[in-house]
Ligand binder design. Sequence first.
Ligand SMILES: *Cc1c(COP(=O)(O)O)cnc(C)c1O
Length: 403
Amino acid sequence: MTSEEILAATERYLMNTYARQPIALTRGAGCRVYDPEGREYIDFVSGVAVDALGHCSEEVTEAINAQAATLIHVSNLYHTEPQVQLAQVLVEYSFADKVFFCNSGAEANETAIKLTRQYATQTHGSERYEIIAMENSFHGRTLATIAATGQARFHMGIGPLLPGIVHIPFNDIAAAKNAVTSRTAGILVEPIQGEGGVVVAEQKFLQTLRELCDHFGSLLIFDEVQTGVGRTGSLFAYEHDGVLPDIMTLAKGLGGGIPIGACLAVDRVARAFSPGMHGCTLGGNPLVCSTAHAVLSRLLENDGLLDRCREIGQYFVKKLYALKETFGCIQEVRGRGLLLGLALNIEGNHIVDTCREQGVLINCTSGRVLRFVPPLTISRNDIDQLVEVLTAVFQKTMSKAVL
Ligand SMILES: *Cc1c(COP(=O)(O)O)cnc(C)c1O
């Protein structure tokens, strides 16, 4: 099909849930994607922080091919080797003792919310169900996770929302101290608010949440769906702050492009689940688990892909600060590792459009924040090319503003 045919068929056959950009993509290799006519783009979106090893990496493609020819799916009525192998790596390299697998970030957070309420009910009684979440957060599109998402625009027209969720301002220590009570089952927070505009949680804030949870017997839940699996330059973002959660959720980068979610917990908490309380038919099947295992193995190899992510992230940040010095429409450089943002004082969408026309894919979140989440394998040269394009785009935008 041509690009034009694909775009027309989207309109004809798909529900109108996405404001898609007007290009179709048919092929990917490394940090490049291609449309049917062969037009090339450098990809600084990587499927929204998913394709951590780039497109069709040897590791991911080989794992999929090998497992697809062996065993793809049998359900959780049985034990399977790839699932326990992946769980073992996640446990060995994190604070957690136990893992539950599902298909997406939203499902991982649903699991976290259910587990938190189960634990709270069993430990403290039925009055303990409140979940404290953050304003401007994003936790997914299911009814529970959308209720936890602290952005009113997602709540329109689908009420009544799941009760028992309270929102406080992100990074507001006083508000947290006020909100946590003996009704608090858990606090749900992203170490970096990705969809909320690439806003990094302050270490002191996370430390305070940990202390409050310890004091009230509540659970601390980190949503690392976007920050996890190497994105910030450490395997998990919580490692930067030295604050350990009781529960953590993963998804996006974990499967390197195939759908997987995971909810991890310490043993004391995980024990609140017993057979029949939760489940997922496709969750953790051999195909996705062997692929995710290949992604983690690559990240944990001794050649230092995580170190490289940190290093190249610093190079990237320096370039972004230089842009900020030059262009007054840039207010702030944000983020960590290869989860970076440029907060603007103008709308970002037309910048995204112009970059795409120049062969570079970026994304805009929260209206005015350009977000950069390239594959962790991105090169300095690709970053230089992005910066060149951004420079030209900002120059054009600024001269228009002057006129
Ligand atoms: C993307 C995202 C989700 C939702 O993940 P899905 O796989 O789209 O359900 C949840 N939390 C955070 C922090 C995310 O970035």
